[in-house]
Design a protein around this ligand. Sequence first.
Ligand SMILES: Cc1cc2nc3c(=O)[nH]c(=O)nc-3n(C[C@H](O)[C@H](O)[C@H](O)COP(=O)(O)OP(=O)(O)OC[C@H]3O[C@@H](n4cnc5c(N)ncnc54)[C@H](O)[C@@H]3O)c2cc1C
Length: 486
Amino acid sequence: MSQDMCSRSSEGLRVILPPERIDRRTGFGLTGGADAFAYRPTTVTEIADLLALARRSGRKVVLRGKGRSYGDAAYLAEAVMIDLTRFDRILSWDPASGRLEVEAGVTLGDAWRHTLEDGWWPPVVSGTMHVTMGGALAMNIHGKNHFAVGSLAEYVDEIDLLTADGAVQTLYPGREDGLFEAVIGSAGLLGVITRAVLRMKRLHSGDLRVLPLSCASWAEQFAAFDSLLDSTCPPDYLVSWVDAFARGTAAGRGLIHAAWYTDEAGARPASLTLAHQELPDTILGFLPKSRMWRHMRCLNHRLGMRMVNAAKYRSSRLLGIGKPHPQSLAEFSFLLDYVPNWEWAYLPGGLIQHQAFVPRDAAPKIFARQLAMCRATKQEPFLAVLKRHRPDPFLLTWALDGYSLALDFKVVPGRWPRLLNLCHQMNDLVLEHGGRFYFAKDSTLRPDDVRSYLGEAALNRFLALRSELDPEGLFATSLARRLELV
Ligand SMILES: Cc1cc2nc3c(=O)[nH]c(=O)nc-3n(C[C@H](O)[C@H](O)[C@H](O)COP(=O)(O)OP(=O)(O)OC[C@H]3O[C@@H](n4cnc5c(N)ncnc54)[C@H](O)[C@@H]3O)c2cc1C
C-alpha cells in the first residue's frame, strides 16, 4: 500500500493508483459490474489510510463486503474499492451472555460456527450465510423470522463507525442524535462500520421443527399465514415459496414452511455440533453440488422453469405435507447456499431480484396484480418468495407491517428494456399502496421512487448527515448515483 501512495503524477498533484490494483467486481446478480482499484485492508488504520489515499488520488470510495447485494450497491467504476473480507477477526466472545464482538468482515457463517457449540446462534440470518457483518448492517438485513424478532441490527448493542475524516466513533441504539439508526441501512454512504457487538440467541437444540403446508391459491396462502401467526404457538420462522407461473384460480399457489425452535435434553445435544449443521456436499445423495449450476442451466428458461415450478407444487401436495419434521438450523436457514454459484446458471444476462414490501391489507391484491403483470408480458419470475414483516426504527428502512414478495427475474440480453418497464410498472403499483423497497435487492428504482417511499423528511435527514460526516462526498456506489443519494 505504501508503494501506491508514493507514486505521483507528473504534476505532483494527485496520487496515481497502480493499474495492477484494477479489479472487476459485479453485483450478485451478475447484471452489472465495474473496474475499481481494489484493496483488502486488515486493520482500521489501513482502512483510514485508504480513505486518505482515495482523497489524494481524487477518487471516490466504495465499500464492499461479500458482494451479496443483487444489484449495484457494492461497486463503483474507477473508485477505490475497500473490500473488507480480510478484516475478519472475532474480537471477543462470551459464551455466558452470548455477547459477540466482531470486525466488520466477519460473516454470518463465521459467527455461527464460532458460537454454535456453546449453544448460541445469530438471532437473525439472511438466506445466505455468506454476508459480512458490515454489509449486513449497512443493508439492515432480515430473516424468515422478521415478523417476530425484527432485523439483525435490532440485536446490535454498539458499532464503530469510521468516518471520511478518519475518526472513529462508537454508536449505540437509541442515542439522542439517532446516528446509529441512520447508519443501519445506509448502504455504505455514511462511513465504514468497522466493529459490531451482537447479542446472539440461546439455543437448546440445533434442530428446528419444520411444518410444510401446501397452499392452492393466494387466498389459502394469506389465510395460512394469518392462522399460524394468530395461533397460541406461532412459528419462530415463516416463509412461503410461490409458483409464479400458476394462473386463474391456481394463482398464488405454493408451499409454506413454518418452523419452531426445539428443546433437546442433555447438556450438549449432538445437533449443536458443526458436523450436524454442515450443508451436504451432494444433492439427492449423489449429485455433486459444485457442478449443479451447470445442470440448472438446461432448465433455466421460461418453459423449463414453468415445469420446475409446477413439479415442485405437485410434489408438495403428495409428499408428507402437514407433517412436521426436524431440520438443522443451517439447512432450514441457508437453502440458497445449497448450490454454490447457482447465479451462474443465469448467465449470460444474469438475474435481478425485485422485492416489494407492501402493507398487510394491500398485499394480497398487489402481489396478485404483480404476478398477473408478469404473466401478461410473459416475464414470469423463476423464483418467488413471500415473507411477513414488521416496522423498525431505522432511517432508510424498507421495513413495514406487511408482507414482501421477492421475485427473481432472468435478464435476457436484448430484452432488458422490457423487463425494466415491467419493474417500473410494479414499482408504481407498490408505491401507490404505501409500499417500500430494499437497496440490497434493487436494480430498477428511480430517484423519485425512493423519495416517495422514504419521504422528504427521512431523505433530508440522511443528506444532512452526509454533508456533516462526509462533506466531500467520498463514499459512493453505483446505486447511490442511480438513486441520487449522493
Ligand atoms: C442468495 C442470497 C440470499 C439473500 N437473502 C437475504 C435475506 O434473506 N434477507 C436479507 O435481508 N437480505 C438477503 N440477501 C441480501 C444480503 O443479505 C445483503 O445484500 C447483504 O448486504 C450482503 O452482505 P455483503 O457482505 O455481501 O455486503 P455487500 O453486498 O458487499 O455490500 C452491501 C452494502 O453495504 C456496504 N458495506 C459493505 N461493508 C460495509 C461496511 N463495513 N461498512 C459500511 N458499509 C458497508 C456496501 O457499500 C454496500 O452498499 C441475500 C442475498 C443473496 C445473494
